[in-house]
Write a protein that binds this ligand. Structure first.
Ligand SMILES: Cc1cc2nc3c(=O)[nH]c(=O)nc-3n(C[C@H](O)[C@H](O)[C@H](O)COP(=O)(O)OP(=O)(O)OC[C@H]3O[C@@H](n4cnc5c(N)ncnc54)[C@H](O)[C@@H]3O)c2cc1C
Length: 388
């Protein structure tokens, strides 16, 4: 066997110099600027505008936006690295950045006309937060059964309906909103609209009081004959279902990254704690049973990270990634629940109280199995790919 004919294949976790510097700078920022405020943001269920401005300055609010529009000109994989690094410190900040990049900007880049890109991308890279409004009270998993309607009035569209559970609802100025323009055509009537805060007939309603990721706002949106200019249709009329599905297929890789970061954060805290906590005259980290539990958690996280990185790299390479994306979100969200539960156990009583960080991460982990497609829906997607 000759060695010359073999091109070495890099490990999935081997980062380029640029990726490593980016990931490290985001983590250092999170450690310095976010960590001191995590508990207070959770208690007050709020992210300060000051912190959001710093995220823009850091360059994580327009990662894939081309440099010509003022963005970072980086890859989807960079977005995944940023979401993971931020979620290791606070998954609420992780999801703010995730929705901005992997859903809103991703959809604008893919489906936006040149006019839409020119009008919105520079703002999105500089100061504008985005939200992605698909779900409603009666349509979650069955998202295409939405009741929100749009009809044409001269040069405008008029949207009437209610959206529920919309992440970034409080902070966003741009809302990608899905409405059906022709219910008789079923899902083929669904159309994506770019709704700006302040457009007549649009209001942000109640903010949910949640179990976890409390600092991330989750809001109801109300549309009462909301007037949207024709130029604010994203993609084609009647093709919003494609915008919705294809963006979410990619977006859920970001949720996988959020869950990997969250689990890693919980493990980081736990390893530091078990080395300090002493029982029976020694550090609890010296008990083999504890070491094995931590070893299993680290193995779980590594496996989840490989699934997430593989799905993201497939997406960037333009290769099929549908099953891989569903697998990474399914698995990473289960890992996050397992690892944070173990973290609470290993902290003992201290794991159950808010003075220590793992109680919050345990609450935060639960959302991974619900949004951007529940675990049952991920299993459906995977099964369709492998069973047919
Ligand atoms: C914190 C938070 C943030 C969110 N952010 C956003 C956002 O930014 N934008 C947005 O549009 N939405 C958002 N959502 C909504 C989220 O995507 C939905 O909650 C989710 O898709 C589930 O829909 P549902 O709540 O209506 O549950 P349902 O669809 O009613 O599901 C209830 C249960 O039934 C199961 N089920 C349903 N259908 C099937 C089936 N065919 N086979 C097997 N089991 C099934 C589900 O797995 C689940 O366990 C958010 C939700 C939360 C809680």
């Amino acid at each position: 066997m000759t060695t010359e004919s073999h091109t070495p294949v890099l490990a999935l976790t081997t980062l380029s110099e640029d990726e490593r510097l980016f990931r490290d700078s985001v983590y250092q920022f999170a450690d310095r600027e976010i960590r001191p405020h995590v508990r207070e943001m959770d208690e007050h269920a709020k992210i300060s505008r000051d912190l959001i401005d710093k995220l823009f300055e850091l360059g994580v609010m327009g990662i894939e936006i081309p440099e010509s529009y003022g963005g970072g000109g980086a890859s989807f994989f960079h977005s995944v690295l940023a979401v993971e690094a931020l979620s290791r410190v606070d998954p609420s900040i992780g999801v703010l950045v995730d929705v901005q990049n992997t859903l809103v900007i991703n959809a604008l880049l893919r489906w936006g006309s040149e006019d839409v890109k020119r009008r919105y991308l520079p703002k999105m890279a500089a100061s504008m937060v985005g939200a992605y409004a698909l779900s409603e009270a009666g349509s979650g998993s069955d998202a295409f059964a939405m009741a929100t309607r749009a009809s044409q009035h001269g040069d405008d569209w008029s949207i009437t309906g209610r959206k529920l559970w919309i992440t970034n609802g409080n902070e966003a100025d741009l809302f990608i909103t899905f409405a059906n323009v022709n219910p008789d055509a079923g899902y083929r009537g669904i159309t994506a609209f770019l709704v700006e805060r302040g457009m007549p007939g649009f209001t942000v309603g109640k903010k949910e009081d949640k179990l976890g990721i409390r600092a991330s706002s989750t809001c109801e949106l109300l549309f009462e004959e909301c007037r949207v200019p024709r130029a604010n249709v994203l993609g084609d009329v009647g093709k919003g279902y494609k915008v919705a599905i294809e963006t979410l297929n990619e977006g859920r890789i970001g949720i996988g990254a959020q869950m990997v970061g969250l689990a890693q954060g919980a493990l980081d805290h736990t390893i530091a704690y078990i080395k300090e906590r002493r029982q029976f005259g020694k550090a609890i980290a010296e008990f083999q049973a504890v070491q094995h539990q931590v070893a299993r958690a680290a193995t779980d996280i590594e496996a989840a990270r490989l699934l997430v990185y593989n799905a993201a790299r497939l997406r960037d390479a333009g290769q099929p990634f549908l099953a891989e994306a569903a697998m990474c979100k399914l698995f990473a969200s289960e890992v996050a629940e397992r690892v944070t539960s173990l973290a609470v156990n290993l902290y003992g009583g201290y794991g159950f109280v808010k003075d220590y960080p793992v109680e919050k991460l345990y609450r935060d982990a639960k959302i991974g199995q619900i949004y951007e497609g529940t675990s049952n829906l991920q299993l459906e997607t995977i099964a369709k790919q492998i069973v047919g």
